[in-house]
Design a protein around this ligand. Structure first.
Ligand code: RIB
Ligand code: CA
Length: 340
C-alpha cells in the first residue's frame, strides 16, 4: 500500500466528463451538481446502467435531471440492462420504486437517444480532441463491455473516478458492506465488471464506502437545506437527497442518507478535499462465496495489475456539503424563475 497522500490532479478545467450511472437519488443529485458547475465540468453526456432500478427507470431519471437545465447538447444514452457475465443480482430497493425515493418529478420531456451507451461511449472517446474523464456511479457493466472490446480507447481517457467497494468503513468485526456483510452495492451487482475495470491501464480513483460514509445528509444538513430550498421543486430535491435514508440508517445508523455518488464528482471539482492511498485491488467474482463482490487488496498474482488511488478520507465534509447545497439550490432557483 502506498503512502497516504493527496492525488496530484493537475486538472485543466473545464474537464470533459461523461457520467455513467444507475440514476437513483444520489446519481441524480450528482448529475445536477455536474451540470450546475459548468465552469469546471463540461458534461458531454450521460450513459445509464442497471442497478438501483431497471435501466429504463435509470434512463428516465437521467432525463428528468436534464429537464432542469437548458442544455440540448447533453443527451442520455441507455446502456446495459443486466450484468456483464452473471445473471442479475437482487438489489435492496434503497431508492424505492422510482429510484428517487418516491418523489414525483413529473414526466420527462427529454428523451433518450436511439444509439446505445456503448456506441456513444466508443464514438465520443474515439473522436475526442481532449481526453475524457469518466465519472462512474453505478455497476461498471457499460465500461467493462466498452474497454474489453475497444482497448485502444483507453488512451483517450484522462481519469476514471468510481464510486464502489468497501474496505473497512466501520472498523474491525463490524458490517462492512451495504448490500451484503462484505460487499458494496455497485461492485456486488457486477463483480466481474468491477474486477476488470480496476485492472485497466488508466488513472483510476476509487471512492469506497470508507469515504462516502463521511458525507451524510443528516438532520443538521437537512435543516440547512430547508432554509434555502423553499420552493416546491426545492422540497422535492430535499426528498431526493434523503431518498435512501431509511435503508442507510437501518444498516449503518449514520443519521441520514449517504451522498455516495457525489464524492467522485466533488473530487473532480476539489481534489484537495480528499486523501487516499495507491493500492492494487481485485474483486471477488466467485458467485458461490459469501464474499462475492468484496474488494480486496491484492497480495497474489494480481499484483501486476495497475494501481488504483483509493480515497479513504474526506477532510472537510461541511465544505463538500456546501458545494452540493449551493448547486442544488441554484438549480431550484433557476427553475423557479423559468416557471414564473
Ligand atoms: O453503494 C452505494 C451505491 O449504490 C451508490 O452508487 C448508490 O447510488 C447505490 O446504487
Ligand atoms: Ca449509483
Amino acid at each position: 500500500m502506498g503512502e497516504e497522500n493527496l492525488y496530484d490532479s493537475g486538472y485543466n478545467y473545464p474537464l470533459s466528463v461523461i457520467h455513467d450511472g444507475d440514476h437513483g437519488g444520489d446519481d441524480f443529485i450528482t448529475t445536477l451538481v455536474a451540470l450546475q458547475r459548468s465552469n469546471e465540468i463540461n458534461l458531454l453526456g450521460i450513459t445509464t446502467c442497471h442497478g438501483n432500478v431497471s435501466v429504463n427507470t435509470a434512463t428516465r431519471n437521467a432525463c428528468l435531471a436534464l429537464d432542469l437545465f437548458d442544455r440540448r447538447d447533453v443527451n442520455v444514452f441507455e446502456g446495459a440492462d443486466v450484468p456483464w457475465k452473471i445473471p442479475s443480482q437482487r438489489g435492496d430497493n434503497a431508492f424505492g420504486f422510482n429510484g428517487l425515493g418516491g418523489v414525483d418529478m413529473g414526466e420527462p420531456k427529454k428523451t433518450p437517444q436511439n444509439s446505445s451507451a456503448q456506441e456513444y461511449l466508443a464514438n465520443t472517446i474515439q473522436a475526442t480532441d481532449k481526453k475524457v474523464n469518466l465519472l462512474a456511479t453505478g455497476p461498471l457493466t457499460n465500461l467493462a463491455q466498452l474497454f474489453s472490446s475497444n482497448p485502444s480507447l483507453l488512451e483517450n481517457v484522462e481519469l476514471l473516478t468510481i464510486m464502489g467497494g468497501c474496505l473497512n468503513p466501520l472498523g474491525p468485526n463490524k458490517r462492512q458492506g451495504n448490500i451484503t456483510k462484505h460487499a458494496e452495492f455497485n461492485f456486488y451487482m457486477d463483480p466481474d465488471a468491477a474486477d476488470f475495470v480496476l485492472g485497466l491501464e488508466i488513472p483510476t480513483v476509487l471512492f469506497p464506502l470508507d469515504v462516502t460514509h463521511q458525507l451524510v445528509f443528516n438532520e443538521n444538513r437537512k435543516q440547512m437545506a430547508r432554509s434555502v430550498l423553499k420552493t416546491e421543486l426545492g422540497e422535492k430535491l430535499i426528498g431526493v437527497m434523503g431518498a435512501a435514508e431509511n435503508v442507510d440508517d437501518s444498516k449503518f445508523e449514520l443519521g441520514g442518507a449517504i451522498f455516495h455518488d457525489a464524492l467522485p464528482l466533488l473530487f473532480l471539482l476539489k481534489p484537495e478535499l480528499f486523501r487516499g492511498k495507491s493500492m492494487h485491488l481485485s474483486i471477488n467474482t466467485d458467485s458461490n462465496s459469501e464474499y462475492h463482490g468484496q474488494i480486496r487488496e491484492c497480495r497474489d498474482e494480481k499484483m501486476n495489475r495497475s494501481q488504483v488511488f483509493l480515497v479513504d478520507q474526506l477532510t472537510d465534509p461541511g465544505g463538500a456539503f456546501e458545494i452540493i447545497l449551493t448547486s442544488v439550490s441554484a438549480v431550484a432557483e433557476q427553475n423557479s424563475r423559468t416557471v414564473a
